[in-house]
Design a protein around this ligand. Structure first.
Ligand code: MN
Length: 401
């Protein structure tokens, strides 16, 4: 029990302790930990220089022993009445802080690991072919994205412009995307780097990955459909990727671990995870203008984050502190478990009807999309992830138009 008066249903109890970067008016960004509806100022509390750098990277680079040590110190200080006097003065109400990008993102990779999502997209983009490509059940497909446009929740989503060609057009045109979409995903943040030329085995996943955040991989479907063959996503994705401000430690998710769905066939040795699979029972919620439109189940993902990490380093590619890799759109088998509008509206052919009677296929200017999530914690508690949100704003004027 904590000397803090924590609400019974808080997703931010002593079992969670997510880290983020915050500031109060007139102060510099620094690291904090969320507890209930408060933020503990880690720099003021600990005087550890790692926590005053304005990103979590310095602390994450210290590795798993240091991560566990901080967690233990925090639990001690927040439960033992003797530490109350040395802790309470450094707590700030969460509604008085501004949250910043938690991590200086090194490399950003996005996977494609929901079978339901991959099959839906395959049926939509390639109706005359098998929905899954032959490699899909053998390896976690992914692409390298743009680290510099990963931004914190709340960053406005400027409608991107680009080149597209609809089936009715003879030639491509340039202009604002007319098919702006979301992708509800879960992101994994690397702390401990790895050496060039050395693969990270699947069992070393918790030695390298510190924690988990929520990701919205905003996607311009019209740009994507025209540009993606044969090298994959590019400008239809790179204009913005939003992340939640709190990074939930892997250590908080022990009670959420589950076996992933059955695989179609045996996987190659470096992807075998029979002994300690890293499926996670995280339930996402997608809200459009405050109305819940989907509840994607992360436990249905075919490939786990540990398999993704083993695969992305399997060629000897080195990890850096701050690497972010996202799961790919999380979609379940049911309609209202799909994690993108292109699936929910079946490429615009079956519009969603909202509570106010309006309909949506893709996003309109002014729309606000919020993704939140929770997972089971110890003893029936819940682990909260907070949220990642963004409002679509009209395109800014450019020289070309
Ligand atoms: Mn994606």
């Amino acid at each position: 029990m904590s000397w803090l008066d924590l609400p019974a249903d808080t997703g931010f109890g002593l079992d969670n302790l997510p880290l983020g970067v915050f500031s109060t008016p007139g102060t510099e960004p620094r690291s904090g930990v969320r507890i209930g509806d408060l933020v503990l100022d880690l720099w003021a509390w600990s005087h550890d220089e790692d926590h005053r750098t304005g990103s979590l990277n310095a602390f994450l680079a210290r590795g798993p022993e240091r991560w566990a040590q901080l967690r233990s110190e925090l639990r001690g200080s927040l439960t033992d009445e003797a530490h109350r006097g040395g802790t309470e003065p450094f707590l700030v109400p969460v509604d008085q802080v501004e949250m910043h990008l938690p991590v200086e993102v090194a490399d950003y990779v996005d996977f494609y690991s929901s079978r339901q999502h991959a099959e839906n997209i395959g049926r939509i983009f390639r109706p005359d072919a098998e929905p899954l490509t032959p490699n899909w059940t053998h390896l976690p497909i992914g692409y390298h994205g743009r680290a510099g446009t990963v931004r914190v929740s709340g960053t406005p989503v400027v409608r991107p412009s680009g080149q597209r060609r609809s089936p009715a057009d003879d030639a491509p045109t340039f202009g604002p995307s007319e098919r702006l979409d979301i992708e509800a995903e879960v992101g994994f943040v690397v702390g401990t780097p790895s050496a060039l030329g050395e693969a990270v085995p699947l069992r070393a996943f918790p030695d390298h990955v510190f924690g988990v955040c929520l990701v919205n991989d905003w996607s311009a479907r019209d740009l994507q459909a025209w540009e993606y063959v044969p090298l994959g996503p590019f400008l239809g994705k790179s204009f913005l990727t939003s992340v939640s401000p709190w990074v939930v430690p892997l250590a908080a998710l022990e009670a959420a671990r589950v076996a992933p769905p059955p695989r179609d066939h045996t996987v190659l040795h470096y992807l075998e995870d029979d002994e300690h699979p890293w499926g996670l029972d995280i339930t996402l919620e997608v809200a459009l203008n405050g109305e819940r439109i989907s509840r994607p189940p992360f436990r249905e993902m075919y490939w786990t984050a540990a398999q993704q990490l083993a695969h992305l380093t399997g060629n000897g590619a080195a990890l850096r502190t701050g690497d972010l890799f996202a799961s790919g759109t999380v979609s379940g088998p049911e309609l209202r478990q799909r994690g993108s509008l292109i699936e929910l509206s079946w490429n615009g052919r079956e519009p969603l009807t909202l509570a106010d009677g309006s309909t949506r296929t893709f996003l309109e200017d002014g729309d606000v999309v919020t993704i939140s999530a929770s997972a089971p914690g110890p003893g029936g508690s819940r682990i909260g992830f907070g949220e990642v949100t963004g409002r679509v704003v009209p395109p800014r004027h450019t020289l070309s138009g």
